[in-house]
Write a protein of this length. Structure first.
Length: 157
């Protein structure tokens, strides 16, 4: 008799547990995380950064032959930090005539900075150092003595 009572109690507990499981519900949740596009530009070794930065480079004087362009190797190193694909564009800070300033990356070809801007490079997410050489045609610019050349660099992405 005690044995029947124990068996009946176990059957009751098991049935209650099964019924309890049948009544439980599962709730699902879904979360969306949005990572904003971040693209910053800076000059190597400088704290200032942004999507657009002016960079001034001093043209040495005296220039021995004004009919020959002045070449400034490794004039500036820019650092692009981005979590999205990006494009680097340069334009003159003033209304210099077309072709006075030419730029190149590495051992590439020199290309003239145009008033509407010049696309210098494109890249994938990450940190990228871009070393630029300048070639300045002083004779065309009518410059004399020591001058500073300022270009505006902008990163889009």
């Amino acid at each position: 008799m005690v044995r029947k009572a124990v068996v009946l109690a176990l059957v009751g507990l098991t049935a209650g547990s099964v019924l309890g499981w049948a009544r439980s519900t599962t709730v699902g949740a879904q979360a969306t995380v949005t990572i904003p596009a971040l693209t910053r530009l800076s000059v190597l070794g400088m704290k200032d950064s942004g999507r657009e930065i002016p960079v001034a480079v001093k043209i040495p004087s005296p220039v021995p032959d004004r009919s020959e362009p002045v070449e400034l190797r490794q004039a500036v190193t820019l650092v692009v930090r981005s979590n999205v694909p990006w494009t680097l564009v340069v334009r003159s800070s003033d209304l210099s005539p077309w072709g006075i300033v030419e730029l190149r990356i590495g051992s590439g070809e020199y290309r003239p900075v145009q008033p509407e801007g010049l696309v210098l490079a494109r890249g994938l997410p990450g940190v990228h150092e871009i070393v630029l050489d300048y070639r300045v045609n002083l004779g065309e610019a009518g410059w004399s003595g020591e001058r500073t050349l300022t270009l505006i660099y902008a990163v889009e992405g």
